[in-house]
Design a protein around this ligand. Structure first.
Ligand code: NAD
Length: 413
């Protein structure tokens, strides 16, 4: 499709209005940006692609992805297509419970302080139940308090109190920061200590999203690679990431190619999602793969991905950024948990796209063909020259800027 055809397709096939299609195309105005952060001098754009073929929990969904890297949108779409014959992705989420931390210092007896807080848990939680009336109305609010003693640190022992807070459809950082700041004086008067930091934890390990998928082995076969060979190669590649942090970092980066692109398209806080993902990947004490790939009882390739997913469809910039609003509408999500389910499914698909290439023909063949256009532009190609030059570079197997410049010079002469 041409760019115009894609716009028309979205208007006709997706549940979005011409104004929303316009928002996908032109995005944020500088005036809107000026209200979002400080000292605005411009708007920084990224390409917004639409991943196709995704079926998630039985529902077809077009997934917007904001990313500068070629081959990610194509890779995710392709893996989603191969998963269609087995019904696509099944995804679930836990309750949207975030953790707010309070650092309690200067308590003479940490054990006694711990006990005191736990004894008063119900009253403490009740005191903030109506702190956020909108959140309460939506069914969210405080759920639990946990107290840990850090026995050894650079400043000696201290206590950490976790407020478990259900934030429903928002990312929740502001909501939970307000809640812990409100609770802190009560903790101080109960224990006689001093509450120092009061802030959410980005290790949102109670707010998890999980996706699973199955591929028929025959669906994995291509160009001289049998389905069995591809399946086993993918499992071997996963085992490398599971065992080695150097590989796991790159493996998880591939997952985040898919995850971040959707997080960014919906103007969610991708640093928070990144921080949560990597901290969760290291939760055993050794950094490892966030996903798992294995052969199921029927001999199919099965995969799953579980990770923290602190994203909202309300709050933060999600309703402020016109493109984000249009992206959320495009996916037809009504709850933050549905968005999280889409994101984790795209992460799993993207993980497989990279593993499949790595375990067979290598990553460069497919990637460089798509990257060639960026190299052509960087070398100075314009208009129709871009695709022509990219094709020439791929044909010569020299996707390099020096060669691109040489060809352009020849053409100009
Ligand atoms: P927010 O403060 O914009 O909105 C949250 C509020 O929205 C809730 O308190 C509630 O009153 C209301 N609300 C309306 N409809 C709701 C619904 N359906 N479900 C739940 N609440 C509803 O946003 P936020 O999500 O609390 O905070 C997100 C922002 O905080 C992001 O911009 C993020 O970048 C930023 N932030 C992040 C960190 C961090 O990750 N470490 C720290 C500080 C701030």
């Amino acid at each position: 499709m041409t760019l115009e055809e894609r716009g028309r397709f979205l208007e006709q096939q997706a549940n979005i209005s011409p104004v929303e299609v316009e928002a996908l195309i032109h995005g944020l105005t500088i005036q809107e940006a000026d209200h979002m952060i400080e000292n605005v001098a411009g708007v920084h754009d990224l390409p917004l692609g639409i991943a196709q073929n995704f079926i998630i929990n039985g529902k077809a969904v077009l997934v917007p992805m904001a990313i500068e890297e070629p081959s990610v949108v194509a890779g995710a779409s392709f893996m989603a297509k191969l998963a269609q014959s087995t019904g696509g992705f099944i995804a679930t989420t836990t309750a949207p419970e975030m953790i707010g931390q309070m650092q309690l210092l200067e308590v003479p007896d940490p054990l006694a302080a711990q006990e005191k807080i736990l004894e008063n848990k119900d009253a403490l939680l009740a005191s903030i139940t109506d702190l956020d009336p909108i959140l309460s109305k939506m069914g969210g609010g405080p759920r639990d308090l946990e107290v840990r003693i850090i026995h050894e640190s650079a400043i000696g022992p201290f206590l950490v109190i976790h407020l478990i807070y259900d934030v429903r459809d928002v990312m929740g950082a502001n909501a939970i920061n307000t809640a812990v700041e409100t609770l802190a004086p009560q903790i101080e008067s109960l224990t006689g200590g001093r509450v120092h930091l009061r802030i959410l934890s980005n290790l949102a390990d109670r707010r998890l999203a999980k996706a699973s998928v199955t591929y028929e082995t025959s669906a994995l076969a291509f160009e001289g690679f049998s389905g069995e060979r591809v399946r086993d190669g993918i499992i071997e590649a996963w085992a490398f990431a599971a065992a080695d942090p150097y590989r796991a970092a790159t493996h998880n980066k591939g997952i985040m190619n898919g995850v971040d692109a959707v997080v960014l398209a919906t103007a969610n806080d991708w640093r928070a999602v990144e921080a949560g993902a990597h901290a969760y990947a290291a939760r055993s004490g050794r950094y490892t793969s966030l996903s798992r790939w294995y052969k199921d009882q029927g001999g199919n390739l099965a995969g799953e991905l579980e990770m923290p997913m602190a994203v909202g469809i309300v709050g933060g910039a999600t309703r402020v950024h016109p493109t984000a609003r249009a992206c959320i509408k495009l996916m037809g999500v009504q709850k933050a948990s549905e968005l999280a389910e889409i994101i984790v499914s795209v992460g799993l698909a993207q993980n497989l796209a990279a593993l499949r290439a790595l375990a067979t023909e290598g990553i460069q063949k497919g990637h460089m063909a798509l990257h060639a256009r960026q190299v052509a532009i960087a070398a100075g190609a314009v208009g129709e020259q871009i695709d022509r030059l990219a094709e020439q570079l791929v044909l010569e197997k020299k996707v390099r800027i020096d060669r691109a410049e040489e060809i352009l010079k020849d053409w100009r002469q």
